[in-house]
Write a protein that binds this ligand. Structure first.
Ligand code: FAD
Length: 393
């Protein structure tokens, strides 16, 4: 047996012995998604054990270096691990903005001290990170942000606010963009700073959403102390790092187009709700729409896989992340529109429509935000036009 196949059989055996049976099914509710962190209440012993075992192997972050707790796997081995996890329908042991966003930025730009302090905790899911980028007047035009710092020598005193902070009230630490040089041109006076959400002077206020649930907060800083040794990269040089982090965020969001279980679910529900006619879905319009969706979904997944193969393991996809973010979020919206259609009038009540978790209308409404979060679709198209197609700005 060649080396990769040897690795595959080791992975298979390890998963067989270590992935609890209850972690081999799609999510049934929001609480099945493990976010980790200081305040996380595990849903079950299996959920806790699955995270612990995967983290111990470094497989929550397969391609991160071993010295930071990662799996140290090369591209081929990381892909094998992914395939084997998929083969048994294993749930991701954790969802984490630490793994998807600040971790890659630290790996590329962080000092050794910051890496050693934060990366192993991210791998183990001990700290839940939140993102403090947007402000009331700085969304698409992010570099207009105003949350500002006064330099106090070894630390800053920060005042201002952030908006649309997802899970701001549940996070342990924030990575935030703060203006640390008010005199510099707007892209040059910004630092990426890490801080504990328990720091005095930080408050959060929920923002209610159309879906009835609110993972959103506004975050306020009032004379909040932020340490200079928690600045990622050089002070006031954070813009490049902020953009690099965004490419990882966009890649993560682009993945919402890749839920293969979503395709299976769609076909299953369509057959159940609409019935068959000569072995084919009885409603010809829905049949065509679902077939088109499935083809587009496969194309998106394969193209994303190819782009990842071409990029170095763990490296950013660069501007291509904008393409996948744009198309993946359109697919996720279409998937949920179709699920609503096949459920017909059953989808008109909050609970009762057929889906993985019985929460379809809320999920459908939530997808509307996919093409806004992480940068709107218009902004992604601008990036594709300029940086991929080379069109004049
Ligand atoms: C579900 C969700 C989760 C989020 N989570 C977070 C989070 O955790 N942390 C965080 O910091 N932020 C978060 N955000 C905020 C998000 O990043 C911003 O909403 C987004 O960047 C858009 O900014 P804005 O809302 O200020 O809209 P604006 O920038 O005011 O845009 C308004 C409209 O104008 C269009 N527009 C603006 N500029 C241009 C242009 N140059 N060319 C073409 N069209 C343009 C936009 O496309 C949009 O349609 C989240 C948003 C959502 C919806």
């Amino acid at each position: 047996m060649n080396e990769p196949e040897q690795f595959r059989s080791e992975v298979r055996a390890w998963l067989e012995a270590n992935c609890p049976e209850s972690m081999r099914h799609p999510y049934r509710s929001e609480a099945d998604i493990c976010w980790g962190g200081r305040n996380w209440e595990f849903q079950s012993d299996d959920q806790r054990e699955w995270l612990r075992r995967m983290a111990e192997k470094g497989w929550t972050t397969p391609s991160w270096p071993v010295q930071y707790g990662g799996g140290g796997l090369g591209r081929e081995h990381a892909k094998i691990l992914k395939q084997e996890l998929k083969r048994i329908n294993a749930r991701p042991p954790i969802y984490s903005f630490g793994i998807a966003m600040i971790g890659p930025a630290l790996l590329k730009y962080g000092s050794e001290e910051l890496k050693m302090q934060h990366l192993p905790q991210i791998v183990r899911g001990e700290i839940r990170w939140v993102q403090g980028y947007s402000e009331p007047n700085a969304g698409s035009d992010l570099a207009s942000l105003q949350a500002g710092a006064v330099d106090m020598g070894d630390h800053y005193i920060v005042n201002g606010s952030k908006i649309w902070t997802s899970y701001g009230d549940q996070g342990d630490w924030m990575f935030a963009l703060i203006r640390t040089d008010a005199e510099a041109p707007k892209h040059q006076g910004i630092s990426l700073i890490l801080f504990d959400m328990k720091t005095p002077g930080i408050t959060t206020r929920p923002i209610l959403l159309i879906s009835g649930k609110s993972p959103f907060t506004e975050t306020f800083f009032e004379n909040t102390r932020m340490e200079k040794n928690q600045v990622v990269g050089e002070p006031s040089q954070g813009w490049t790092i902020a953009k690099y982090l965004l490419t990882h965020e966009r890649e993560m969001i682009g993945e919402t187009g890749n839920l293969q279980s979503g395709v299976q679910l769609l076909s299953r529900v369509a057959v159940k709700k609409q019935g068959l006619d000569n072995g084919r879905l009885s409603n010809p319009v829905l049949r065509t729409d679902i077939a088109r969706f499935e083809i587009d979904e496969v194309c998106h997944r394969l193209t994303m896989e190819r782009a990842r193969d071409e990029a170095q393991a763990g490296a950013s996809l660069g501007p291509a992340a904008s393409m996948f973010k744009y198309y993946g979020t359109e697919l996720n919206k279409r998937r949920h529109e179709l699920l609503m259609s096949v459920n017909s009038h059953d989808a008109l009540v909050w609970e009762g429509a057929e889906s993985n978790d019985g929460q379809l209308p809320r999920r459908w409404l939530r997808t509307k935000g996919n093409s806004i979060e992480g940068g709107t679709s218009e902004i992604q198209l601008n990036i594709v036009a300029k940086r991929i197609l080379g069109l004049p700005g």
